[in-house]
Design a protein around this ligand. Structure first.
Ligand SMILES: [Zn+2]
Length: 408
């Protein structure tokens, strides 16, 4: 397996207040997360807004992710200030140890999903992370709070309050049955203004391709323009008028989502995530940040607002060929010969352990020769229905594996 670039190097900068300002009446923070942005790709040409903030603010040159490549573990740390040993979020897919209703009663689920996060919270006394989030604390201290952007990490920042009465939560699910309710001032404003109440889908940006078809050639422009509009045209003006300090998180799915799905390198390594589609995604995140800065200027909030930029993790171009993996030696209808199938780690571990493999995303069906787990998850052992413990806190002893570089 060939890896390009350093997946742990992330981008962290801090644009501080002007020291000329005396006793600001209030102090606001915006955390901007360009998901999966590599620090070294940021230049005046690729991302001028990010480069300017880095070059004129405080640059944390040696920052790194808590967990390379996975969004949800890193979001749990960024949202709480705790390491993963405290938050227990070790993956984007969690083995929960109980049947998760909204995951078709599977015990393992991809948790970038508001319903699934809600079910897991409910099971673990309302807070499966068991640590307070910064938005929750800030709201209690009298701040206005909002988290806007990518489904999953956005809700993590205030996941214990799901009635719209605390933080503004706007993500992919907003306006749908699965979305977190909006406060009436926000839903009224959305109905009256340009941004629709229902968040747009990723459209063509969500096309991940497969062995026979390349992925997307467009960045996640439409959906993120919606998120940026909601923040800059409705939420920030309201927060500015309220006169209270605020904490806002903007989680940009780009460049991560586009780097996963980019169709620039169909079945080849070059140009990988240095291709035009991924560069457009970096520019898209940069444009969102530029729009946020412009709104702060227009609203007179710029001098009393700190902007912190931090990617959750980096990204690498990955080759899926393998000469040694047992999983790559079998043939599959939807995987090119000698390529690794989804779930190859589970297949190889089960092979090495001489234990049966089961697919939690296919009613725990047995996975045998020529088949791979549908969504790359696997249970390894004699009985796929056997509980591996009472809680997520014991999941380290369970054997559940999910490796597929398509979503993070
Ligand atoms: Zn991520």
């Amino acid at each position: 397996m060939m890896m390009r670039f350093c997946p742990t190097a992330v981008f962290v900068v801090f644009a501080g207040l002007s020291s000329a300002m005396a006793d600001p009446p209030r102090h606001n923070v915006i955390l901007f997360v360009p998901d999966g942005l590599r620090a070294e790709i940021v230049t005046q040409e690729t991302a001028p807004t990010l480069a300017e903030i880095r070059d004129t603010g405080v640059n944390f040159a040696n920052s790194h992710s808590l967990f390379p490549t996975f969004t949800m573990p890193n979001s749990s740390g960024m949202a709480t200030g705790h390491h993963l040993g405290d938050t227990s979020v070790f993956g984007n897919v969690l083995y929960a140890g109980f049947p998760i209703r909204s995951a078709k009663s599977a015990r393992i689920a991809f948790i970038e999903n508001d319903d699934i996060l809600g079910d897991i919270d409910e099971h673990f006394s309302g807070n499966f992370i068991d640590e307070e989030t910064i938005l929750h604390v800030a709201h209690r201290a009298g701040f206005n709070t909002a988290a806007i952007g990518k489904l999953g990490p956005t809700l993590i920042f205030d996941h214990t309050s799901r009635d719209g009465g605390e933080s503004v939560i706007v993500d992919d699910a907003t306006g749908s049955k699965a979305g977190i309710p909006l406060a009436s001032w926000l839903s009224d404003a959305l109905k009256a203004a340009n941004p629709p109440v229902v968040a747009p889908s990723r459209g063509d940006n969500g096309k991940h391709g497969n062995a026979h078809e390349s992925g997307t050639n467009v960045a996640n422009v439409t959906q993120q323009a919606y998120f940026a509009d909601v923040l800059t045209k409705i939420v920030l003006p309201k927060f500015g008028n309220d006169g209270k300090p605020f904490v806002v998180v903007f989680w940009s799915r780009d460049p991560d989502g586009t780097q996963h799905n980019q169709g620039d390198s169909f079945l080849k390594l070059e140009p990988g995530i240095n291709g035009p589609t991924s560069l457009a995604a970096i520019r898209n995140a940069d444009s969102n940040l530029a729009a946020i800065r412009a709104a702060l200027d227009t609203l007179g909030l710029a001098t009393m607002t700190d902007i912190i930029v931090s990617a959750d993790h980096g990204f690498s171009t990955i080759s899926k060929q393998s000469e040694t993996s047992p999983a790559a030696k079998a043939s599959y209808t939807n995987v090119p010969a000698s390529y690794l199938p989804p779930g190859f780690v589970a297949i190889d571990l089960a092979t090495a352990l001489n234990l049966p493999l089961w697919d939690p995303d296919n009613d725990n069906a047995r996975v045998e020769g020529g088949k791979h787990p549908h969504d790359a998850n696997g249970f390894i052992g004699e009985d796929p229905a056997a509980s591996r413990g009472e809680s997520i806190r014991t999941m380290r002893t369970g054997l559940s594996v999910r490796i597929r570089p398509l979503r993070s």
